[in-house]
Design a protein around this ligand. Sequence first.
Ligand code: NAD
Ligand code: 6OD
Length: 486
Amino acid sequence: MKQINHFINGEFVLSADNKQFGKRSPVDHRIIAQISEAGKVDVDLAVKAARTALKGEWGQFTMEQRVDILYGVADEITRRFDDFVEAEMADTGQPKAVMTHAFIPRGAANFKIFADVIKNVPSESFQTTTPDGLGALNYSIRVPKGVIGVISPWNAPFLLMTWKVGPALACGNTVVVKPSEETPLTATLLGEVMNTVGVPKGVFNVVHGFGPDSAGEFLTHHSNVDAITFTGETCTGTAIMKAASEGMRDVSFELGGKNAGIVFADSDFDKAVDGIYRSSFLNSGQVCLGTERVYVERPIFEKFVAALKKKVEQVRYGRPDDKEANYGPLISHEHQAKVLSYYEKAVEEGATVVIGGGVPTVPDELKHGAWVEPTIWTGLGENATIMKEEIFGPCCHITPFDEEQQVINWANDTKYGLSTTIWTGDLSRAHRVAAKIEVGISWINSWFLRDLRTAFGGSKQSGIGREGGVHSLEFYTETRNICVKL
Ligand code: NAD
Ligand code: 6OD
């Protein structure tokens, strides 16, 4: 049985009290690894290591040295690509193609992109007029914020962890990462990579465990953590925000969504069906940017529902490396129960189940896994529970619409504001509608196609702040102004 330990000060270590928990495979529920669970003592050691590194060798590194080392990290991830793919498949149970095409390469890219950003960041300066006529020069420098607490989720674990670790290190911070208890494996591999490429001890630390009364809570409440970046559920964000208020620590939050997909009758029909299929069912619907509310213009509504159903009928359940399979389980039995409770609620509230709605029949060896059927509903109004709450499962409700303004109003009628995907052949309309949807990102005739240099984050209860490209500097650095009298 694999043993996964914390990575503190460049070494893999057990918890001080040797506390552990079992990580189960989403595919068949077998325990695949024993994970050390951090207590306060372990978190404190990790934070101390991060603080010491900040004051030591790492703090003396030039920007160019950091850039070189981050390129080295990216190259080493690419060299060990298969190890990362294997680990992520074991943790999440998702098809190999999702890892090889998207999640692992993007994780490596997160180190290169932010190395490039930091190399090219401009600095601001102002010539100030003074009464003596000689003037003054104001200029700003950016300094690392300090020790960053990184709390990441399980749905795209490596991508979302590196999306924070990359910019944090590029800016000269040190980090203590708390990966999701469901997906501890790739964080451990990243520790190995850091040692291989010579990242100084204590710059990158990992503590494993859960949220409340465990590693997550101990890290976010630790007074020596300077700022916290978190991706996860909105309700967890609320708890972390309270913790961060102790000591006035800064936060960057990427939270939940209830994203709308809008399909106009003039769209390229097949591309729209493919796009909505991907956005609702990729990663078994466990994507924050996924579409759970689909609005289709009435003239093509029936045809669209039938075409999406046909695509869902082609789903093949199986292990991540099964070449015949294209669809994985949910992350855990707990999440399966949550998603199935929404499936029941939809029916209770009068939905028509177009396809799915339950637990699929899978081969005997998989029957203990967290499987649910991809599901399409129609027939509910805007106030139904499944139209309001984030399910984070492989499901969507399809509603017909008649007017552009009506669909904009519906898309915006939510406490969330993460993303939208708009399908139309009329580009003027596409831009007009996109500008009116209250989200951090709108895709036009595409989905999940995002340049890592762009601003990423949510409006309303989908997040606080923006990360990506130079936008990440707002969170990972502090700006100091220096004024020189001339
Ligand atoms: P979660 O909030 O349950 O857990 C996320 C992380 O927070 C985990 O590491 C968990 O252990 C930790 N945690 C939980 N409670 C904590 C506490 N009280 N203090 C400190 N840490 C705590 O989220 P999840 O179930 O892992 O992920 C799914 C959610 O993440 C969905 O809501 C999804 O929309 C959201 N998400 C958002 C984005 C985005 O970019 N906006 C991206 C991916 C996922
Ligand atoms: O654009 C990205 O890389 C990003 N942050 C994706 C988030 C996926 C959430 O599930």
